[in-house]
Design a protein. Sequence first.
Lengths: 228, 257
Amino acid sequence: MRIAGDFQIGEMPVFTGLDLALEPGEWTCLLGPSGVGKSTILRLLAGLETGGRFRGSLTAPDRPAYMAQSDLLAPWLDVTGNVTLGPKLRGETPDLARARALIAEVGLAGHESKRPAELSGGMRQRAALARTLMEDRPVVLLDEPFSALDAATRAACQELAFRLLEGRTVLLVTHDPGEAARLGHRVHLLAKHGIAETLLPDGPPIRPAMAPETLSAQATLFEQVRAA
Amino acid sequence: MKRLVSPLITLALIVAVWQAVIWLTGVRRFILPDPWSVAEALWRHRASLAEHTVTTLTEIVLGILIAVTLGMLTALLLMASKTARERGQILLVITQALPVFALAPILTLWLGYGLWSKIAMASLIIYFPVTVTFFDGLRRTDPGLLDLARVMGGTPRRILWLIRAPSALPALASGLKLAAVYAPIGAVIGEWVGASHGLGYLMLRANGEVKTDLMFACVIVLAALAVTLHALVSAFAARLAGWRPESADQPESAQSQ
């Protein structure tokens, strides 16, 4: 999976000379301040409308799974209905036993018949994770999925997602250096002047949030984001 | 209890003002009858009022059913096809711009003096609000949810049916509430233009015979009909839009509690 090229909205270039490859089976973090086109890259990979023009080469995954900053749960469907939305949209019969198992796996057993309004923010994002897992795709695109959660819930959701998405190729778009330092096999820093891969501590993710190496990597990434 | 008491207080106030106007101005009975004689007329003519109410109610209910079905289909069609959107919207506006009063004689000419010309009138008057509210709801579906549905591989038709249509139901509910209030107007106009049954016809006849008290009795029945219909449709609409929280009765600031 690789995306290389330039993107502009109208006559305004958003990024030029981008070259980003996703390593199979790894978490690639795309870190950067707002407005540099992180989400655009993810949308291009997802095959979604971007409102601009991309020139370059793009090997997009075949139907990735997608998770966004807001949970995007349909408010009129209960948890089971939301988790099985993908198969229904494709005209397939949803595997209800699998849906139930996934809902239990994200810790929502007993909440299957609740609507999103009855769930907390963390529970909703876990329901969204179950829906993402239900899609069972090799490539998963995550667009700041944990950024709206409080610190403790965010850490718990990061650990859950990392465990359950094991073995899949994940692109995580984030503006949080701490998140990138914990979760990334690789971190690419996207700034106005281009994209660069930055160094991370030795050892595979998921890294303990409070370990000195993680914290120092977080500090380094934070400096780089500020300078970008 | 409170839900019943508040409207009753309003009603009592209206009757009090009505009676006060008569006492203060000494207006003649055939111009403005007093509440008591209207109540008497209601009781005296209960059989014929009931019979004509059934006619008008049938027209209203059938009119609503037809217009809601056609309106929803139109909105779905407008959403599904760009050509329909470009060409159809002007047609939609025209249906609302046409003065229904002016159309009434033609509809009576075409559809006869029976039920159907009135049903057509009622339908015509509510077709636009139903179509426009549902169409607006379809258009205002959460773009993020639509993105997700596209990534999931949903076909446009399934996205319309499984995502857009359910998320437009609260908007449709608003349209239905409007329809419940407007539909009686259409039916009564139709009855004025030419009919041998219905509350509109009875009103016209009472007017001709200077039975002002019966006239007012008709108006009261019609109002009660509209209020009941609105309450029923609102209850149904609340079920349609049950997943969307309402905030009208919540205080705007902490102090007001």
